[in-house]
Write a protein that binds this ligand. Structure first.
Ligand code: IPE
Ligand code: IPE
Ligand code: MG
Length: 238
């Protein structure tokens, strides 16, 4: 049985586009928000499984800059679910040595939620078992534009600007690039996620909706990753 096999290598940094909450709900005759609720509840089993596999950084795409364009009731519902999730999960995350981070913009988010995110980051900043980075109000293009703005504002010498320095102006400053990006729910697109950082990431897509993506699905993705040969533009065996 394939799941009896163990992956021979695991990504240091895994990123997941958690897609399919709405379709998961519809397939059960439930409102879309029930899908977002089930989706956020799924986060725990996946970070726990990542810790067991020895993955050191997990980035989750939770809400994009484009998602603001959805109906108001859905957007407000997602914000409420997120706030409740922080309240419910934070003590256990902290006890388990999870360091929480946020990538994206906190501006434009309601003050109450913003404060909770800041407090959660502050509380867990010295934890080092795994970094759980949540991409919320995140857009890859917005991130690049924001980086360029700050570079211009700071007056960086154009001659000094290289890829390494540019990376320090991104939300992900200090984090290594993702090695593997998983997208659930079957779409084969990037949807504005980590477009700079994913230059050499491996991609893996599964038709499984995010709320159903369990430890076994993760295991399957890691086995597939183990079989990939990353060449970074070089020749095999280099
Ligand atoms: C992903 O699930 C979560 C967010 C984008 C907030 P969707 O809400 O996109 O679910 P589908 O794609 O409509 O099934
Ligand atoms: C990507 O999913 C964003 C998140 C998972 C947060 P979307 O459902 O927003 O992406 P599209 O619309 O299918 O490209
Ligand atoms: Mg979607």
């Amino acid at each position: 049985m394939e799941t009896a096999k163990q992956p021979t290598k695991v990504p240091h940094h895994l990123a997941i586009i958690m897609d399919g909450n709405g379709r998961w709900a519809r397939s059960r005759g439930l409102p879309r928000l029930a899908g977002h609720q089930a989706g956020t509840e799924n986060i725990r089993r996946i970070w726990e499984a990542c810790v067991e596999h020895g993955i050191k950084i997990l980035t989750l795409y939770a809400f994009s800059t484009e998602n603001w364009g959805r109906p108001n009731a859905e957007v407000r519902g997602i914000m409420r679910i997120l706030e409740q999730t922080i309240d419910r999960e934070l003590p256990e995350l902290h006890q388990n040595g999870v360091q929480l981070r946020h990538i994206g913009r906190l501006e434009g988010i309601a003050e109450g939620l913003r404060r909770k995110v800041r407090e959660a980051i502050e509380l867990t900043r010295h934890n080092d078992r795994i970094i759980l980075s949540v991409a919320f109000n995140y857009g890859g293009r917005a991130e690049i534009v924001y980086a360029v703005r700050r570079i211009v504002e700071t007056g960086v010498d154009p001659e000094q600007l290289d890829e390494a320095l540019f990376s320090q102006y991104l939300y992900t400053a200090g984090l290594p690039d993702p090695d593997l990006i998983i997208r659930t729910a079957g779409e084969l697109r990037v949807s504005n996620f980590l477009i700079w950082q994913s230059a050499y990431a491996e991609y893996y897509a599964t038709p499984t909706y995010w709320p159903d993506f369990d430890e076994e699905e993760l295991h399957k993705a890691l086995l597939e990753y183990s079989r990939r040969e990353r060449r970074f533009g070089l020749l095999s065996g280099d």
